[in-house]
Every structure is written in structure tokens, then in C-alpha cells.
Design a binder for this molecule. Sequence first.
Ligand code: DAT
Ligand code: MG
Length: 165
Amino acid sequence: MIQQTLVLIKPDGLKKSLTGNILTRLSETRLDIIAAKIVTVSRKLAEKHYCHLKDKPFFEDLIKYICGEFHKKKVLAMVYYGEQAIGKVRELAGLTNPEEAESVSIRGAYGRITTGGVYENVIHTSTDEKEAEREIKLWFEPDEIIADIYPTKVVKEETKKKIWA
Ligand code: DAT
Ligand code: MG
């Protein structure tokens, strides 16, 4: 089954200069990258992304972490596309808890738990197709993705936008 999945290299991954290593590991999947951008994550975006965890005791630290307050204020957001994309990337990423993740997985190799209990697990990747759709639509506009993965519609926008001067 052809799928698409959201992949984020989190602020700790960028701060530790792990981008190249992580992209190399992800290239083992032979999946296609169909969107990529560097994002400064707003609190609003972070809260929407992690809305399913809002009642957890670690929620506040998780929001600070993804917004870059502990590292760099940026995330590399990408969409990977291809056969069984979701499972392939999740398997390479490893378990959520970096101490439990297999040592050869991305999280096992590069993640850590801080003394404050934050899981710095360097990468996010969607769990299933429903989550992937919600997350990709949250992080990307249709024009930022080079494949037609979900239905779109054309609307006339009247809002101001910045252009090159
Ligand atoms: P995943 O990122 O593997 O999909 P998730 O969606 O359950 O896992 O949780 C999102 C993030 O929240 C996860 O990457 C790290 C953090 N997290 C999850 N469980 C945690 C815990 N028990 N303590 C601290 N952080 C946790
Ligand atoms: Mg998740």
C-alpha cells in the first residue's frame, strides 16, 4: 500500500548536527521525499500537533521541547512517500522511549532522556494513516507538497502576504 508519513527532525537532532545521519538512515527505506522545510514551531502548532497528549504530566515540557526552548528554535519537517511508508519509517525510528528503543534504531542511537524526564528522541514520525493525514495537513499547505496525496480545492485569498521586494 502506498502511504505518506510526516517526519520531523526535532530541535535536539538539529542542535546535535544529526540531520545528515538521520537522512542517511531514512534513505535506507528507498522512500521518496515529497516535501521538506525548516520550521520555527509556534506554541499553537505544537499544541495542535500533540493535542492527543494534552492531559499528560509531561505535556508542558513536550511543547517546550518541540518549540526548541531546550535546543534550537527549529525543526526539519518532511513528508516521505511510498510503499508502506508509515511502518518503514517508524521501524527505523524505534520505540518512543529512547532507552527502550533498539540501539540500531534512530532513537536508540541518538536519543536520551534528560534528568528532567524529557524524552529527547530526535525524530517524530506518524503512527497510522489517519494520524499521517492530520499531521501532514497541519504542517504543510498543498502547494508545498510535490505530489497530489489528498483532495484539494482552489479558493481566492484576500489576505496580505510577504513577497520579495
Ligand atoms: P511517538 O512520538 O513515538 O509517536 P507518542 O505520540 O506517544 O509517541 O508521544 C509523543 C512524544 O511525547 C514522544 O515522542 C515523546 C513524548 N513522550 C511520550 N511518552 C512520554 C513519557 N512517558 N515521558 C516523557 N515524554 C513522553
Ligand atoms: Mg505519536
